[in-house]
Design a protein around this ligand. Structure first.
Ligand SMILES: NC(=O)C1=CN([C@@H]2O[C@H](COP(=O)(O)OP(=O)(O)OC[C@H]3O[C@@H](n4cnc5c(N)ncnc54)[C@H](OP(=O)(O)O)[C@@H]3O)[C@@H](O)[C@H]2O)C=CC1
Ligand SMILES: O=C(CO)COP(=O)(O)O
Length: 351
């Protein structure tokens, strides 16, 4: 692919790491930040002191705080901001963009109350003059390892496969391998909901429980993510891929994970407000727990881990009590969904 003009919106950990991947691929990158002071520091020091201070940023990356300067000539616009500010940033893009671009988003969240996925927020907000196609880029990928150019694999998903392939071409290199998928719902749901399970895994680690508890959370967490995701229209196979089990593993087991770290502090007895203010970075799983709890009710899907975490985060239940309640739930078959499907079929065939 020829060299592109690419705007990356959000100069946090992930926006900065992806800007580096794109610059490594010789694209011209305009990194947009909402504060002029941060743009100045990045341009003067060629580092992002606030989020990734040890990483040198090449000349191909230039920071801007003026949205029009960042996006007006962009062939591709990458949204790398926390889920809750996506709409606000998209509105700024709408008034600033001068031509159509492929829009990529890399955020992992679902909006509470509206239950919108990030792609739905962008489709609702961005005008057709601004966005030609929409692609989600997601997978097991901590910024701290990407900037060290350690091997990383992700998935570009779009219902327009050619657009996903263009994004694959723009980002892919020797260290950063990109697959494609057309299951946007599955990719977004997996990426958003793994943060809930990572918070829970941090909590059990904080409580002093061991690897058995974490393996249980990852496995049963995947089951409830797939249960809800399938009801929302996802392909169940997507949950066995990078954006499902892959991201679940990395987020539940890595010290880089903000969600795991926040959970860990909760498990050690710190209050939620104290945890969030001490992190200094976005912990997406908190809002997503609220959204998923509401969605479980809407779709009538059993999500015991999500539900237990909701009670800890928003109703003051002690983490140990939540674990005790999870363990004492009514006994069940491991493959309960499969059993239900088979029983339905038996009912239909009269067996
Ligand atoms: N970090 C990672 O390894 C990965 C993160 N992601 C996802 O990427 C998304 C962004 O995460 P990440 O970069 O890590 O988050 P960070 O917390 O590291 O950075 C967030 C960035 O968004 C900026 N911001 C906050 N509010 C606004 C606003 N109102 N308008 C514009 N910019 C704003 C922050 O600016 P300020 O500094 O001024 O607060 C900061 O630059 C999340 O959804 C996350 O789940 C996905 C894969 C990997
Ligand atoms: O999504 C991520 C890794 O794939 C980042 O996870 P955290 O937000 O928990 O750090």
């Amino acid at each position: 692919m020829s060299n592109l003009n690419i705007a990356v919106l959000g100069a946090g950990s992930w926006g900065t790491a992806l800007a580096l991947v794109l610059a490594d691929n010789k694209h011209q990158v305009r990194l947009w930040t909402h504060t002029e002071a941060q743009a100045d520091i990045i341009n003067q020091t060629h580092t992002n002191q606030k989020y990734l201070p040890d990483t040198e940023l090449p000349e191909l990356i230039r920071a801007y705080s003026d949205m029009a300067e960042a996006v007006s000539s962009a062939d591709m616009i990458v949204f790398a901001v926390p889920a809750k500010v996506t709409r606000e940033v998209a509105e700024k893009v709408n008034t600033a963009a001068e031509k159509q671009a492929i829009v990529v988003h890399v955020s992992k969240g679902i909006e509470p109350d509206s239950h919108l996925r990030i792609s739905e927020i962008l489709e609702e907000t961005l005008s057709a003059d601004v966005m030609s196609d929409l692609v989600v880029l997601s997978g097991p990928s901590h910024a701290e390892e990407v900037v060290k150019r350690h091997p990383t694999t992700v998935t570009a998903a779009s219902d327009q496969i050619e657009a996903a392939e263009k994004v694959q071409d723009a980002f892919m290199n020797q260290h950063f391998r990109v697959y494609t998928n057309t299951d946007v719902v599955g990719v977004e749901v997996g990426g958003a909901l793994k943060n809930i399970i990572a918070l829970a895994a941090g909590i059990t680690d904080g409580l002093g429980y061991g690897d058995n508890a974490k393996a249980a959370l990852i496995t049963r967490g995947l089951a409830e993510i797939a249960r809800l995701g399938t009801k929302m229209g996802a392909n169940p196979l997507t949950f066995s891929g990078l954006t499902g089990v892959g991201d679940l593993i990395v987020t539940c087991t890595s010290v880089h994970s903000r969600n795991w770290r926040a959970g860990n502090m909760l498990g050690k007895g710190h209050k939620l407000e104290e945890v969030l203010s001490s992190m200094g970075m976005v912990v997406e799983g908190v809002r997503t727990t609220k959204a998923a709890y509401q969605l479980a009710d809407k779709y009538n899907v059993s999500m015991p881990i999500t539900s237990a975490l909701y009670h800890v985060l928003f109703e003051g239940v002690h983490p140990k009590e939540a674990v005790d309640q999870l363990m004492a739930r009514v006994k069940t078959h491991e493959m309960e969904d499969l059993v239900n499907i088979l029983e339905d079929q038996d009912g239909k065939t009269g067996n």
